[in-house]
Design a protein around this ligand. Structure first.
Ligand code: IPM
Ligand code: MG
Length: 368
């Protein structure tokens, strides 16, 4: 029987609560499929820092290095609490970015998926949502401003200054674009290239490389859109998009806008794909304000499980089943308090109850 080792990093804030629901799903998936998951819990983020002095401690690195995939909860603390940790060890800079770099997870898939069962969560008007919204942002994840050279100090005039560099080479751009073209090929054969070539030279190079990659994908219709205009059209006409590709920082910002379109970042799972190892995580933060209350929706974490089943373990059908099971729970009118929108007609249940309902629905679908 195939066995997959999964490093399980629950993270901070609501992380442990929503990770517990992911475990329930994985256990059910084991009973329905010819597969075993060897779950290896490890500390990561602020939880790891307070225990070991590091956000991405050696023991966790060793577990992740050996794992077939990593399932990671959100990390981070409130603005005030973060100050208790030295800047370079704060969970984002000390944990998350080093993890992305270590596993070279260059392609970040962020689906913005709003089927009918979820439409009521969106702040957009029904005529804008139409038959539903379904696009994927491919965000380059290990280049650009995030990983460029940085320098700060005092300039000749005695002023504090900082330099942060937006760096890309053609190979980094090419491999991210390849992923986007391949995805467009599998979907609707349409690709929106998001850039800022009227100002940034990095976008000029990006677009040059795009023209080269494009010649291998003659069937794909490419549309170019400036990042600022893309922000507008994501609100006005989100259904025009299918696959979007962009550099790291643009993707950070526009994918959160994707969460706004859905009505919550809690509806945004993601996959971070590297050449050898991939990790899966909700796109949102650790929501310390609602942590420990059992009111956070586990959808983003369970969606990340679905993406892991599909992308790391080739379990496409079971991934589809899991998506369907989650829709079924929403369609039946259940939600968690953090997402509640409709008012009294929604049946509010806890994080764990939501997970149980998904388990129930998935259990009802025929195993692959
Ligand atoms: C994300 C997050 C991270 C990022 C933070 C936590 C460093 O916002 O995954 O989008 O900026 O990439
Ligand atoms: Mg972000």
């Amino acid at each position: 029987m195939p066995t997959h080792t999964i490093a399980l990093l629950a993270g901070d804030g609501i992380g442990p609560e929503i990770t517990a629901e992911a475990v329930k799903i994985l256990q059910l998936v084991e009973t329905r499929n010819d597969v075993r998951f060897d779950l290896k819990p490890a500390l990561f983020g602020a939880a790891a820092y307070f225990e070991t002095g590091k956000s991405f401690p050696e023991e966790t690195i060793a577990i992740c290095d050996k794992a077939d995939a990593i399932l990671k909860g959100p990390i981070g603390l409130s603005h005030e609490e973060s100050k208790k940790i030295p800047v370079d060890e704060q969970p984002e800079r000390g944990g998350l970015l080093p993890m992305r770099k270590r596993y070279d997870t260059y392609a970040n898939f962020r689906p913005v998926y709003l089927p009918r069962a979820l439409a009521h969560f969106s702040p957009l008007r029904p005529e804008i949502i139409g038959d539903g919204i379904d696009f994927i942002i491919i965000r380059e994840l290990v280049g650009g401003l995030y990983f460029g050279r940085k320098d700060s100090g005092i300039d000749d005039a005695g002023r504090r200054y900082v330099h942060e560099t937006l760096e890309y080479n053609e190979d980094q751009i090419r491999r991210a674009l390849e992923i986007a073209f391949q995805l467009a090929q599998k979907r609707k054969k349409r690709l929106h290239n998001v850039h800022k070539s009227n100002v940034l030279k990095s976008s000029v190079l990006w677009n040059e490389v795009l023209e080269e990659v494009r010649s291998d994908y003659p069937e794909i219709a490419v549309e170019h859109i400036l990042v600022d205009a893309a922000a507008t059209y994501l609100c006005l006409e989100p259904t025009r998009f299918d696959v979007m590709v962009m550099e790291n920082m643009f993707g950070d910002i526009l994918s959160d806008q994707g969460g706004g379109i859905l009505g919550s970042l809690g509806l945004m799972p993601s996959a971070c794909i590297g050449p050898e190892k991939s990790y899966y995580e909700p796109s949102h933060g650790s929501a310390p304000d609602i942590a420990g209350q059992g009111i956070a929706n586990p959808y983003s974490m369970l969606g990340s499980v679905a993406m892991m089943l599909e992308m790391s373990f080739d379990m496409e059908q079971e991934a589809r089943n899991l998506w369907q099971a989650m829709q079924a729970v929403f369609s039946a009118g259940f939600t968690t308090p953090d997402l509640a929108r409709r008012g009294d007609d929604e049946k509010k249940i806890s994080t764990a109850e939501f997970g149980d309902k998904v388990v129930e629905e998935l259990g009802r679908l025929p195993p692959p």
